[in-house]
Each structure stands twice: as structure tokens, then as C-alpha cells.
Design a protein. Structure first.
Length: 58
């Protein structure tokens, strides 16, 4: 469970960095950070679904 919290926090950090870069005008870097945040959010979602299925919930 702890790894999901860490990944979620890292995803929020990447998204915040994307917003800051977007506001400063660096759109290329902002897009890279959005992709990185999305990858972390996706990994949290996959881990959450896997843990939920292992507990027998639907």
C-alpha cells in the first residue's frame, strides 16, 4: 500500500512541475512532465486494481 502512496505523490509532483513549466512558457518540458505524471498515475491505478482483485472484491 505504501508504494501506491509514494507513486501518487510523485505523480502530483510531476503534474505540479508541468503546470509551473506551462506557466513559464516551456511547453515542451511541460508536455514531458505531463506524460511522466500520467505514467505514475497509471501505475498507481494498475497497482490499486491488482490489490483490489487479490482481496476478492469486484
Amino acid at each position: 500500500m505504501r508504494h501506491m502512496y509514494i507513486r501518487g505523490i510523485l505523480a502530483l509532483v510531476w503534474i505540479a512541475a508541468a503546470i509551473v513549466c506551462g506557466l513559464s512558457g516551456s511547453m515542451e518540458t511541460s508536455m514531458i512532465y505531463v506524460i511522466m505524471g500520467g505514467v505514475f498515475l497509471y501505475s498507481v491505478y494498475v497497482a490499486w486494481k491488482k490489490e483490489k482483485n487479490e482481496k476478492g472484491e469486484k
